[in-house]
Design a protein around this ligand. Structure first.
Ligand code: TRP
Length: 363
């Protein structure tokens, strides 16, 4: 879904985030980054580095998590996220998120969390078995706090995150009903008007909610080894696109235009007329080889990624890291202003207001 433009000069807030588990890939781009780029013109956008969440499955890998955290910011900036306009947020330096996580954990039944389909899929796909940490399912509650700390109207995400956003909406309704006397029959759009601390935020899924990986079967994902990264070279892109499996044998065999290769054709080749012609020729087996289609797809992907790769190169190295850390510090400071305000509102509503936090902190 394409996000609607905001109307007045007040810029409503948007929040989304990425877990630092590696560089971003094309699935992130079409699922969420494109929407973020559009939203940053009209909305006050907060982009969260969910580094706490990275520890829920990789507590033994702090140096990888630190590296991946910096890499993601580089990907964001390279894609066109503008740190002057949008705010980069480091989760572990926003204490309000950790506090809200606790409060929200009391508003959602334990079994409801464990039934969350995204968590279940992750337990399977990452092979977590039954030895995952207590913190792992907790991240789903933490994600409600990531979002609600910013009281956003929209959360641009890929399809796999929609279950989390749904839980977040339930938590927001529950909080507003319990502590702000919002009527349980209120429309979602009216919660704030009726005195709720939290709006009921909406997920915005990008034009391709689930991009198939180069294996032609599963969702594109770093851990499944089927991803084309935004930092891949032209050569790597060509090689990876070449691996997309179609099972077609010859240039004259009638091809299936619903296969993974043609999904890529429709997503990445911008010239509509060319897409139609490729579809026609392929379906008819009109002298068109998979190799040729792949070449055009690889070229189209390179046209998208090329400028991203170039901007990214300027951020590599020690100086690049310094610049990124500056962006994180600057953004997180801004973010804490909003999140602290939210936390104070939530505590007041819960009758936990005993005067300003600052007066009770030493020094
Ligand atoms: N769980 C998300 C992912 O893995 C990342 C994330 C953390 C997030 N906090 C968020 C996304 C808040 C949207 C809103 O992709």
């Amino acid at each position: 879904m394409t996000p609607p433009p905001a109307s007045s000069s007040f810029r409503p807030r948007v929040l989304t985030g990425d877990t630092p588990t590696g560089r971003l890939h094309l699935g992130h781009y079409v699922g969420s980054i494109e929407n973020r780029l559009r939203l940053q013109a009209d909305y006050d956008c907060y982009f969260l580095l969910a580094n706490m969440h990275a520890f829920t499955t990789r507590a033994d890998k702090p140096d990888d998590i630190r590296r991946d955290t910096l890499e993601i910011v580089k990907d964001w900036i390279a894609c066109g996220i503008d740190p002057e306009r949008s705010t980069v947020v480091l989760q572990t330096e926003v204490p309000a998120i950790a506090e809200l996580t606790w409060f929200f954990a009391m508003l959602v039944p334990f079994n409801r969390v464990m039934r969350n389909p995204t968590l279940k899929t992750e337990i399977d796909s990452k092979g977590l078995g039954d030895t995952y940490s207590f913190g792992f399912p907790m991240y789903a509650v933490g994600q409600c706090a990531d979002i609600l700390a910013f009281r956003p109207v929209y959360v641009p995400v890929g399809e796999d995150q929609v279950a989390h956003i749904e839980m977040c909406r339930e938590v927001a309704r529950r909080f507003d009903q319990l502590y702000c006397a919002v009527d349980s029959h209120a429309e979602d759009a009216d919660y704030e008007k009726q005195g709720g601390v939290f709006p009921i935020p909406e997920a915005l899924v990008g034009k391709v909610g689930r991009l198939v990986g180069i294996d032609g079967k599963q969702k594109m994902s770093k851990s499944l080894n089927n991803a084309i990264f935004l930092s891949d070279s032209a050569k790597e892109i060509k090689k990876k696109v070449g691996q997309i499996f179609t099972g077609r044998q010859s240039m004259t065999e009638k091809g299936d235009i619903n296969n993974a290769l043609f999904e890529y054709v429709r997503i990445f080749i911008k010239d509509e007329a060319r897409v139609k012609e490729l579809e026609r020729a392929y379906a008819a087996g009109d002298n068109i080889g998979d190799g040729h289609v792949k070449q055009e797809v690889a070229q189209a992907i390179d046209e998208l990624i090329g400028p991203i790769r170039e901007r990214r190169a300027a951020l590599e190295g020690k100086d690049g890291d310094k610049k990124i850390i500056e962006i994180i510090r600057h953004g997180t400071k801004r973010a804490n202003k909003v999140a602290e305000e939210t936390l104070a509102m939530a505590k007041d509503a819960m009758q936990l207001g005993f005067g300003g936090r600052n007066e009770m902190l030493p020094g």
